[in-house]
Structure formats: C-alpha cells, structure tokens
Write a protein that binds this ligand. Sequence first.
Ligand code: PMP
Length: 305
Amino acid sequence: MSLPKFACLNGKIVDWSDATIHAFSPVAKYGLGVFEGLRGYWNDQRDDLYLFRVKDHNERLLQSQTAMRFDDSADPEDLRSHLIELLRANNFREPVHIRMMVFLDGPGEMSATGPLGTVITALPRTAAGAEAPGINVQTSSWTRMPDMVMPARIKCNANYHNSRLALIQAKVDGYDAPLILNSRGKISEGPAMCFFLVRDGRLITPHITSDILESITRDTVLKIATERLNVVVEEREIDRSEVYISDEAFFCGTGAEITPIASVDRIPLGDGQVGPLTQRIRKLYSDLVHGISDYRSEWLTSVYK
Ligand code: PMP
C-alpha cells in the first residue's frame, strides 16, 4: 500500500510516520475512539475534489462522542478545516477515503472521559465501477450487538469487533460478505454497510431501531428514491426469508457505495444480475457524489476552490 506524505494529529499536519498514539492510552487499551469514514471524489472536468456530506459526518461524530460520554467535543468546524488542510497538503488529485477519529488520549483507565485527541488520515481509493457485478452474501451466525449492549447507531471503534468477526467468517466460508441479524432475528446490516431490498418496485430497509448504524448513505438512498425516482420506500423489520424472495438487494455505505447483492445463502436474488432499480440508484448516487448532477449540490464541499 502506498502511504501519503502527511496525516493530521491534534490539528497539526505531521509526517505520516509521526501520527502516533501512546500504547497506554484508553483508545489503545479499550478501543475508546469514535470515528467517521468519508470519501472525496475527484471531478476531472472541474479539476476539483468533492467531499460528500461532511457536515452530516461531523454531526454524527459529535453524537458518537456524546453517546460514549467523552468529556468535551472536538469542534466540527476545526475538524473540517483541518481535513481540507490535510487534503491540500497531500495534493490529492484522485478519489480518497478519509478517516477522522476522536479518541481518549492520556494515561486513563476504562472509565476515563478525557483528554481527547484527534487524528485525520486520507488515502487514495477508487470509486466502485458502475458495472461491478453483485456479491455473494452469507447470513451470519454472529448477531449484531443490540443497543442494550453497545450503541450500534454510532461509530465507536470497539463496535467493529462484531462486524469483523462476521466478515471473517463469511470470507472463510467462501462468501464475499455477511448479512447480520439482530438479537430479534431480523435483518440489521452488513459489516460497515446498510441493507436494502426491492419487492414489487418498493424499496425496503431496516428501521433505525434495528441495531443499525444511522448511515448517511442509507439516508442518501432514501432521498434519491423518493425525490428522484418517485419510488415508495418502507423502513421496517425484514425477515431473513423475505430477503430470499426479494427481486433485488444491495448494501450501501460510504466505503461500499452501492454494492449489489447477487445471492444470499447461495439463493440467487431475482435473476442473480444487478437489478434495474439498484442500477438506477447506483448511477444517480455516482453522479451525485462526483458533482456531475446538480441534485443536492449543497451536500458537496469543494477542496480546491
Ligand atoms: N454500518 C456500519 C457499522 C458502518 O460502519 C457503516 C460505514 N460508516 C455503515 C453502516 C454505512 O454508513 P455510512 O453510509 O454513514 O457510511
């Protein structure tokens, strides 16, 4: 992996190799960090890099800090300007994946609530191809942690042990990704991606009380469906067997973008090809994030203009 020249640690641009955190910090010992994954999309025509929904990512980062009882919140406006400074310092002229983390620093123990540190990193990452085929998914034997155990709706570092175990199991068993049920046996989400299915032209997704992350891409897809496609959407519980008989299904997320699902538990969905509604949503999403359409251009932040 080729690494960028700079990272941003506690608001300062530093050499990549100097972006380090002490081994005794609560984040190292207990996973006491919260983070956001964002993307920047390069637009050749406009010679600019566009960040997608930064304000919403920053707001969720604040919510994560509140839910994890961190002392005081890292200022979202500072984080945004440090992010832009970092991207300019690295002079990225290509698509990037960004990670912003607020973590518990210092020598504290498990009940520490401060002091806070921040780190921002960005690495080149290409967008998924518009023609990528669907993936093969396994219903996981791992259960998504319920809100009574860990706050699934926010992005806390430690939450990812759950997704990781399900993902590794799926890969070892010969699948591309897991579909994880919640403790009530209903569909929750994939590892770092939310889930949609299509039945009779309706777009259906688990409700936010299904132990899912309150995903920004999920919200974007719901808005595209209602505002651009006039499609009926349902946010509700989904059974495993309803997925088997769906016409189409896809995962979505900042990293996953729109990832079509070809089969679940080796049962092909529809004809096993990327479904027509999934394809339309994938195209509209790609045009939106690249700044190709004017639809909701307020969601884009220019890095170089
Ligand atoms: N679920 C989890 C657990 C995630 O980590 C992510 C990625 N952030 C998603 C869903 C998708 O969320 P978003 O659309 O905000 O990236």
